[in-house]
Write a protein that binds this ligand. Structure first.
Ligand code: ADP
Ligand code: MG
Length: 337
């Protein structure tokens, strides 16, 4: 499709105001200051038009569900339902009838006909969270529903049609699950057409403080601001639990703080302990400047997920300077172990 020259790339084509990313983050309260998250939201918007299944990949707590909701909200199905199902939270025996529904007498306890969540999502989007945890036999049944748009309630022989857009998510490496025989290869190929990868929070540091402020404000406690020292600690932490963990940390801090600002002592020990406390700087041997620089450069590079552009920005040096330093360390290609 031809793009009109007047609208900058990804500007809203309806109102012409602001970019798609601004519009999505305004309407969903998603924080997306980092280039990586903005790229993910633009991709979600591009995927929204289609009815093809989407897989959202990313560590736990990176925002897979909120991005799936944003995708649904910018899709032509936005007036229809968004039905989230956590595959990992339901026992295998229940999952099938929850998803597909059942007819009366299909199993002990099935005293009446019951519609499943797939039917509930008719005309909208079904969000299958933790799809990799789905038992193999059910994966086969799901594949059929995806291919034919048809399903059968448990215990029923008559198939019927549903109009559902599938968005699936997992924190696992699906390719590895296929190789290990835990995920059907045919389902994998069916799903991996539109893939949305959400980077971990430590690879999008620009999002940390805006998220922290947003999450803090949501607590509605006296401490409305982030002190500079606390902010530095938040930036330095690795966030293994990503945005979900940041939410918990801000809730904890808001509950402890009595003044107007969050201070380091309001943050959990784990966050404080991780913060660039000079290692080996105590009594023992003193290190050379080159050794300290080497360790710091590699630490920053690692925290930036191997991105030299990002690492150079964090270090406050040019990309070429960083490249020269890495070459001197024998690390001109940081992706090579
Ligand atoms: N970019 C974001 N902006 C605002 N809140 C976010 C963002 N990403 C995640 N969250 C919040 O963090 C928590 C975890 O997000 P969720 O989508 O459930 O993660 P996942 O599904 O990847 O485990 C939720 O409370 C969600 O609202
Ligand atoms: Mg989730």
């Amino acid at each position: 499709m031809e793009r009109r020259d007047a609208t900058p790339p990804h500007a809203c084509e309806v109102c012409g105001l602001g970019t798609v990313v601004e519009r999505i983050s305004r309407s969903t309260h998603l924080v997306a200051e980092s280039p990586a998250m903005q790229a993910a939201l633009r991709r979600a918007h591009d995927f929204a038009e289609s009815d093809a299944p989407v897989v959202v990949l990313g560590e736990s707590g990176t925002g897979k569900e909120v991005v799936a909701r944003a995708l649904h909200a910018s899709s032509p199905r936005s007036a229809g339902p968004f039905v989230p199902v956590n595959v990992a939270a339901l026992p295998a025996e229940l999952l099938e009838s929850e998803l597909f529904g059942h007819v009366r007498g299909a199993f002990t306890g099935a005293t009446a006909d019951r519609a499943g969540l797939l039917e509930a999502a008719d005309g909208g989007t079904l969000f299958l969270d933790e799809i990799a945890e789905m038992p193999l036999p059910l994966q086969a049944k799901l594949l059929r529903a995806l291919e034919d748009g048809e399903l059968r309630r448990v215990g029923d022989t008559r198939p019927f049609a549903v109009d559902v857009r599938f968005v699936c998510a997992t924190h696992r490496d699906l390719e590895r699950e296929v190789a290990a025989g835990r995920f059907r290869e045919d389902l994998y190929y069916r799903l991996e057409v539109l893939v949305l990868r959400l980077p971990p929070l430590r690879e999008r540091r620009e999002d940390i403080l805006p998220l922290a402020r947003r999450l803090l404000a949501a607590e509605r406690r006296p401490a409305g601001g982030l002190g500079a020292d606390a902010a530095r600690l938040l930036l330095a932490y690795r966030w293994p639990g990503n945005v979900r963990e940041l939410g918990n940390v801000m809730r904890h801090a808001a509950a402890l703080a009595h003044g107007r600002e969050i201070l380091p002592e309001h943050l959990p020990e784990s966050v404080r302990a991780d913060a660039g406390v000079p290692r080996g700087g105590g009594g023992g041997e003193l290190r050379t400047l080159a050794e300290v620089e080497r360790e710091h450069v590699l630490l920053v590079l690692e925290r930036c997920g191997g991105s030299q552009t990002e690492a150079a920005r964090v270090l406050g040096i040019g990309r070429n300077t960083l490249w020269r330093k890495l070459r001197a360390l024998g690390r001109d290609d940081p992706r090579r172990p």
